[in-house]
Design a protein around this ligand. Sequence first.
Ligand code: NAD
Ligand code: AHE
Ligand code: ZN
Length: 368
Amino acid sequence: MKTRAAVAFEAKHPLEIVEVDLEGPRAGEVLVEIKATGICHTDAYTLDGLDSEGIFPSILGHEGAGVVVEVGPGVTSVAVGDHVIPLYTPECRQCKSCLSRKTNLCTAIRTTQGKGLMPDGTSRFSYKGQAIAHYMGCSTFSNYTVLPEIAVAKIRKDAPFESACYVGCGVTTGVGAVVNTAKVEPGANCVVFGLGGIGLNVIQGLKMVGADMIVGVDINDTKEEWGRRFGMTHFVNPKNVSDVVAHLVELTGGGADYTFDCTGNTTVMRQALEACHRGWGESIVIGVAEAGKEISTRPFQLVTGRVWRGSAFGGARGRTDTPRIVDWYMDGKIEIDPMITHTLPLERINEAFDLMHAGESIRSVVVF
Ligand code: NAD
Ligand code: AHE
Ligand code: ZN
């Protein structure tokens, strides 16, 4: 079939909206009509050529929601008409990682996914006879996409696609980092670095679990109002203090119980670790850093009890946890709608990247 898609032909070039060819689902795969997709900073990072796994040409996008329109042979867990969220972190429930119960990082198809291919080692997308790579196993910047069955989560049908898509990455990543990775307890003092589409979800997760102090840190002053809207109690712009770590340690009475990096900046990651309380503070790295960047700190920071952890997709097991997060939204336990600052048609998708780089959006969503 033909489908409209925004194709990343080259790094650092705008996406081009073209009609691509899409092969139908093979065994264990499903064809999904994408109804809406968010634009996450990770898409921008790959398009900007900063991803060591970046492949061109490819169809980016990993934060979508849609409807199953066809299933391949052997598919049993979803059916035509089901509403689904594509999962860049699948959940096969059979691999060593899934069975370990220690991680959400299913390894069943990670190797082919990282090469922009379906599990059988081929692509379903092509343009003028040339293969186009899949992205993070999702490629939600296409009106139709093919996904492995283990990489779709079935969600309730009354959830609007325009908001449910955000659960496909940002909401789950932020709220999940609090609930699943850090397991923040009520009364904790926390610091969140970077108040964008991920950081604001960390903040609303912290409010949901009853954190006491929720300090937001951002170099963009317009983010203060956003943070307070979702539960932030204090705001710090690092440009206004001489030593941001010393300032945060004093503000939190000796250091935070939990800090979260939602910037992808390795200098900030170090600040986030060092703003933790001696003896027990935990810093969660969520931000994705540019290829080649490394983190560093004095080992003494770890010797004296601070913990450095990472969180991918909020530690969520996609097929099990994302339908629950959609329920939390539908039940009013978390908010999504106010964070969707811009809704655009596919033809205007490049504006979403401009808005993000200018710090003018929280989340832009493309509706097909
Ligand atoms: P965003 O652009 O919406 O937000 C980033 C925020 O960080 C902005 O408000 C910006 O002003 C702020 N910022 C930038 N530099 C800063 C600095 N030096 N100090 C303080 N604040 C600073 O991006 P997003 O969509 O929220 O994504 C944030 C990061 O999380 C990205 O690196 C993204 O790739 C990553 N991410 C990771 C996962 C995961 O599973 N680990 C999932 C989604 C996104
Ligand atoms: N490809 C990059 C790493 C990118 C990365 O860390 N991705 C996160 C999700 S970001 C979503 O917006 C993730 O889940 N990583 C786990 C995984 O298996 O990719 C690189 O550095 O090569
Ligand atoms: Zn993302």
